[in-house]
Design a protein around this ligand. Structure first.
Ligand code: ZN
Length: 183
């Protein structure tokens, strides 16, 4: 029997899996920075294990952390975990290309979002091999790209913050690869 699963279910499955495997500190940090009320203030919670807190985490991972993950990745992830799924139903959320790693991983452009694949902060558009300094990244795009090629993140110290499956989750633009001497 062919099993088709919808994208939200697949994202929730992936997100639950990642939350179970995440360090408690990492989850506490997420709550501190993203579990906010309408005024942007941190929501005080008493019990980390409460339904509300855990539901927030799953939604946050599905809607933010794993936003735009390809259906191809989700399908392969579900299959590797023993589910006999043959198709994911639902559109991928549109994402924009990161200037540093070339992956479609950003929810917006030039809004200082941080790439989940390489940790470059999206501070503007750059010529591929530009030496122009990006102050928030504390380096040029050229250095960021060389570092990504060498370490798998825009700097060696950023490596601990990138999603280890990032390169598999998001699509790398073919055009970017063809026009870049480092890849
Ligand atoms: Zn990137």
């Amino acid at each position: 029997m062919t099993k088709i699963i919808n994208r939200i279910q697949a994202l929730n499955f992936l997100s639950s899996f990642e939350i179970i495997l995440a360090d408690r500190d990492e989850l506490l940090n997420t709550l501190e920075s993203d579990y906010l009320d309408d005024n942007g203030e941190s929501i005080e919670y008493v019990d980390f294990c409460s339904y509300e807190v855990q539901l927030f985490l799953i939604n946050f991972y599905s809607e933010e952390v794993n936003r735009g993950v390809t259906n191809e990745f989700l399908l392969s992830f579900l299959q590797k975990n023993g589910l006999e799924v043959v198709q994911i139903e639902g559109e991928e959320e549109p994402l924009y290309m990161c200037s540093c790693c070339g992956c479609k991983s950003l929810p917006d452009r030039y809004e200082y979002s941080i790439c989940r694949v390489c940790f470059w902060e999206d501070s503007g558009d750059y010529e591929p091999n530009s030496d122009q300094h990006s102050s928030c990244n504390r380096m040029s795009i050229k250095t960021g790209r060389m570092n990504f090629k060498k370490f798998g993140a825009c700097s060696e110290r950023s490596l601990e913050f990138v999603d280890p499956l990032g390169k598999e989750k998001f699509r790398q633009e073919i055009e970017f690869l063809e026009n870049n001497e480092f890849f």
